[in-house]
Design a protein around this ligand. Sequence first.
Ligand SMILES: [Zn+2]
Length: 172
Amino acid sequence: MSNTPAKVINLADRRAKKEDEARNAPISGWITWLYCPKCKSLEYSELEMPNGRVHKKCGTLVEEEEVQIDVRAEYTISLRNSKRLDELFKETKIPGFLKPFAKKGMGMLENLQAAEVQYRKRLENIVNGPVNSYPEEWDEKSLEMELKTLDPLGLILTEARQPNLHFPEVDS
Ligand SMILES: [Zn+2]
């Protein structure tokens, strides 16, 4: 039988609880939306450039709009989107399902999946390493923000991924 004093167990418990909290704490970060007034193009970047930047394609100084994010929330939602896309892939592969559109549909799903993978890569860049997602029971509705659901696919876009919220004058 172990005769570890209760106090030690207590400390270990508390440490475990603290570690658990740290794993589930929000991680603050920034995504910057870049708008080129010449090309009318929008893209996002995870890199902060305090002295401004020019659009590589045309050399014009871009307008920037920074959006504060919870890296962990963005990552978790992106993972869920990817899971949803995987399910849709499987459905699309069922013979007969969406047959005339299957090819086009697959291409679209592939592009969406690539965008999710790319987004998560950028989020990892922000923290310089892997990001732990929130647990299964975490509800994205607990975020106080305007989530946009892409119907009929059911993908969720956070505010950081809705450029029209940051550049309302731009059609995207
Ligand atoms: Zn440009």
